[in-house]
Design a protein around this ligand. Sequence first.
Ligand code: GUN
Ligand code: ZN
Length: 428
Amino acid sequence: MQQLIRGRVLDFHADPAETTDNHRYWENGAILVQDGRILAVGDHADLAREGLEEIDHRPHLILPGFIDPHIHFPQLQVVASWGAQLLDWLNTYTFPAEAEFADPDHAARMAGLFLDQLTAHGTTTAVAFCSSHKASADALFTAAHARNMAMSAGKVMMDRNAIPAVQDTAQSSYDDSRALIAAWHGKGRQRYAITPRFAITSTPEQLAAAGALAAEHPDCHIQTHLSENLDEIAYTLSLYPQARDYLDIYESHGLLSPRLLLGHSIHLEPREIARMAETGSRAVFCPTSNLFLGSGLFDADGLRAAGIVSGIATDVGGGTSWSMLQTLNEGYKVLQMRGQKLHPLAAFHWATRGNALALGLEAEIGTLTPGSAADLVVLDPRATPAMALRAERATTLAEELFILQIMGDDRAVAQTYVAGQAMKAGGR
Ligand code: GUN
Ligand code: ZN
């Protein structure tokens, strides 16, 4: 069955930070959807026909659904935990919360709530860290698969420097990851992400196991954390005294590749930047988290100039908002502090096609190109009285987008479609 989703339609085919020919916009547009895929996009007049089911979202904007390339599933109740920087925050709040995900019932309940929050905020794909328990990853994949929602996720590998309830071993983390890959990688829209948490919580034996998994499954993502916090870096280097720098720890275990997503990547040495560029490894900017945990200011322009592809992500629960709009808002401010600019077109490109490129999934998600999944977000730039008041003075698309970028949150998400299915109230 086909349906026509109508509104003001926008997507990107290039990065506005690099070129002026970067987006397509149909003021009176529509997207033709069949079996969860986009069949066509264009002017409503060219796509409408007698008898076709039509959903009219005018005057709202319709974009590809947001992609969140770094989020922690078992931290949905950790958001807004007071007063600590990274290492204290992990020990005080995060590891105890993650310990509860050993319980499959808790994990299953949280998985549904996690996906509900993502789609309420317009996010249709995420790359998620689960807890160290296999059950947490099974729960998330089961829930995402039932919703036909594209997820990349993995159980964290962590065999030291944490409470026993969240520790695995090098061997068990290898075995559990392998079993999860066999069960879920490539099943429907699910993908596996090999997930060594970070060097502090992995022995060299465990990073070697992660490297073996990466070699055995080269199309899996690999996700970890890099150079987020100065105390973290010092402690990491003390644990790996032979390493040239933090990145070298991951490099020497065979983890660098275009599939590698390096969360935070803030305090980098020139050699690290050069090696990330040479190996195609991705950086992921997590602005609300970096501000909340006092971690530091990401250098978006510097990494782009070096040839590194970056994503932008919430990092819930170090991050304080599920909203990619709020993430773009805080990203704008972080870059202001660096003397850099995040133009609204570049911002919306980043949260959609840019993040898809960072994941290597641009043929499937992130644009409205026919053949892509019908993962869509419907945005209302006048969602609140304050936004409507501001919008009275907006005369261009870029100004409207900037209102969404700075003032928007889940209230501005009028609808979210996952593989053609409406996910917000009334839709499911
Ligand atoms: N580094 C290692 N684990 C984590 C985590 O859960 N959150 C953040 N922000 N940084 C980390
Ligand atoms: Zn993280």
